[in-house]
Design a binder for this molecule. Sequence first.
Ligand code: ZN
Length: 242
Amino acid sequence: MRYGLISDIHGNLEALETVLAELHNLEVDAILCLGDVVGYGPNPDECVKLVQAHAAICLMGNHDEASLGDTDLSFFNYVAREAIEWTGEHLNPDSKNFLRALPYTYEFENYLFVHASPNEPHEWNYITSWEGAEQSFQAFHQQACFVGHSHSPLVVGRNEHGAMQLHQNYPILFENNHRYLINIGSVGQPRDSNPAAAYGILDTAQKEYTLLRLGYDVAKTQKKIRAAGLPGFLADRLAEGR
Ligand code: ZN
């Protein structure tokens, strides 16, 4: 089976439509979404609808949870908070019901999926160090764990002796006795200095993962962000991938 993996769409309809069209061209068997369908971007309802229609599974992200209104927003910076409040006011009841029911983790075969970190799926930790990566590896038993959340694609491999290394050449072939922590990056707001939408393909027969990038109509999304009255920085950052 070949799975299309998407995450951190953040209400960016142009990026999502572009990636979904390509995943259909590639004839993947199913699409899995790792969360943060909404927040930051101008089309939260439209993105929820598309994910609902096209993804077999969608996980809860911190922005999805926060936009439902029952989270302490003090953990978010000013711009994120503004956007979450805007999203909460604009989401229709059907979208909220969909988001409210999202699970925090999903697993099948030898793979685990979670929005932020496998050790505390309900907290929203960022994995930013080797120690953090090791903590994550301790928390799952599958061969690979896929995450989103940081908006920066990254693959850490760990051999049977506990030695870790970064993998930067795709596709990554899963070696026996090695385990992998894989950040699939963000569809709607990449932050690795590359504005192209990030998404991935997991091929379970080949035991292989690859990261893909695709440009989309950034200018159109930027225009909508400004027209919606969302903070201008959210439009600026899309062109730079930050
Ligand atoms: Zn996010």
